[in-house]
Ligand binder design. Structure first.
Ligand SMILES: [Zn+2]
Length: 209
């Protein structure tokens, strides 16, 4: 009988020791909860802009320069940015163009349709038709991405500091619709010394008439 009582005493002892450490447990639980809350809050803060952006950004007033298909400057206009939902962009674009323009993805080098194109014409935004580059500024960079030493008009592209993937780069997007186009680097040829390294999938080539 005593033998059978012993485990009970041990259980009690165990229970007692658990009870005595209860404040510690509560403290740990509290700290764990706080950490989870902070992590959740951080995640929420981090996600918030993306969620809002995904929902529908507010249209902004922008200035862009219009060009005809021969690359002739028509006029400068003040307009508002083209704003669509992610679903609308997805319906309009190929899966590849959607991921690159709307989620800043990058196509594989030498995989796009324009890196080796030498025809005369202009390159428009695949999303909104904004004129972006003229073939007269295109050069063979050897990178496998269509490369230009300047945009067709400074107003038509927007350059933003990009620190993703542990690199400091300058991302280039379409001023009229915020489509991600590629990046610009300072190792290009004269006269600008710039290399606008673009994704073919972000562009639509229009042959000069
Ligand atoms: Zn655009």
């Amino acid at each position: 009988m005593f033998d059978s009582d012993s485990p009970t005493e041990k259980e009690r002892g165990g229970l007692a020791s658990e009870q005595s450490s209860a404040p510690g447990l509560q403290r740990r639980a509290f700290l764990a909860t706080s950490a989870a809350t902070l992590a959740g809050l951080a995640l929420w803060q981090w996600r918030k802009p993306r969620v809002l952006q995904a929902a529908r950004p507010e249209p902004r007033e922008v200035t862009i320069v219009l060009f005809d298909d021969s690359g002739q400057l028509l006029r400068t206009i003040h307009t508002t940015t083209v704003v669509k939902t992610q679903d609308d962009w997805r319906k309009q674009l190929s899966p590849n163009a959607f991921e690159i323009t709307r989620h800043a993805d990058t196509e594989m080098a030498f995989s796009g349709k324009y890196w080796n194109l030498h025809e005369k014409g202009i390159y428009r935004c695949i999303c909104c038709d904004n004129a972006l580059f003229d073939s007269s500024t295109k050069f063979d960079s050897g990178t496998g991405w269509p490369s230009f030493w300047q945009p067709i008009a400074r107003e038509n592209v927007t350059e933003i500091r990009d620190t993703t993937f542990g690199m400091v780069r300058t991302a280039v997007s379409c001023t009229q619709c915020d489509a991600h186009l590629g990046h610009v680097f300072d190792d290009g040829p004269e006269p600008t010394g710039l290399r606008y390294c673009m994704n073919s999938a972000s562009l639509r080539f229009v042959k000069a008439p």
